[in-house]
Ligand binder design. Structure first.
Ligand code: ADP
Ligand code: MG
Length: 246
């Protein structure tokens, strides 16, 4: 279980997340939708502590951390929580000087100090899972965007995080290549991977989501089942946004 409570994030005077609370039940998929600048990426970056919230609490499993304005949170406190998360970015962000296999092994070897052979075996299994085992020795630049994203998903899953965070995982891809990434994410969802995903792809969102959060102006304006948010939203802002996508 992941619990994000009353998260606030400010950049100077700009309050980007105002008071955001989300509960992610184990084995469920949550999608974040909403206009550009609404705070989706910032929320994901706060959950994996690429950004440190200015207030609120984050609990992942039995590890939790509270944030207060003006109180610095040290790396030692952040690290155990961050290790519970895996992140997939819009632009894949593979290490260009490493093969697909090395990308997936990297965190296991350098952060978790696994022996190389064990890391290699585990990384190969994950590449298999995303349908990329045949490209284990390929350089990222020689792969299509969809293939790079599938390697990035394998890399994010390598340390067995409790939650997979995806920031617009299909936005940089042509529809055809997006589809192969959607396939992989749908399969992970069916297998019970806990996920939270920002996306503009309503097809993806309605295919995988158990709950949908509509985030606008740093607030969760409305949340509910995909059928509720996409077909019968109640709030004016949600209605307008959903209408703008159709
Ligand atoms: P979304 O992903 O929904 O498009 P973001 O979380 O990227 O929204 O951005 C929300 C707001 O936070 C925007 O106004 C953006 O300019 C601001 N913001 C994001 N990151 C930073 C940063 N590092 N410094 C200052 N402002 C930021
Ligand atoms: Mg974003």
């Amino acid at each position: 279980m992941i619990e994000v409570s009353h998260i606030e994030k400010r950049f100077g005077d700009n309050v980007v997340l105002k008071d955001v609370s989300v509960t992610l039940a184990e084995g469920t998929v949550t999608t974040l939708v909403g206009p550009s600048g609404g705070g989706k990426s910032t929320l994901l970056r706060c959950i994996n502590l690429l950004e440190v919230p200015t207030a609120g609490t984050i609990r992942i499993g039995d590890k939790s951390l509270a944030f207060q304005p003006g109180r610095k949170v040290g790396w030692d406190a952040i690290q155990p929580l961050r290790r519970q998360t895996g992140m997939v970015f819009q632009n894949f962000q593979l290490f260009p000087h490493q093969t697909a296999l090395e990308n997936v092994m990297e965190g296991l070897v350098t952060v978790l100090k696994w022996p190389k052979e064990k890391a290699r075996a585990h990384a190969l299994e994950l590449l298999q899972k995303v349908g990329m085992a045949h490209k284990a020795d390929a350089w990222p630049a020689t792969l299509s965007g969809g293939q790079q994203q599938r390697v990035a998903i394998a890399r994010a899953l390598a340390p067995s995080p409790r939650v997979l965070l995806c920031d617009e995982p299909t936005s940089a891809l042509d529809p055809e290549l997006a589809e192969e990434v959607v396939e992989v994410l749908s399969r992970l969802a069916r297998e019970g991977t806990t996920m939270i995903m920002a996306t503009h792809d309503l097809r993806l969102a309605s295919r995988v989501a158990d709950q949908v959060l509509f985030l606008d102006g740093g607030l969760i304006v409305e949340h509910g089942a995909p059928s509720h948010i996409f077909q019968a939203p109640e709030q004016e802002r949600t209605k307008k946004f959903i209408a703008s996508l159709n």
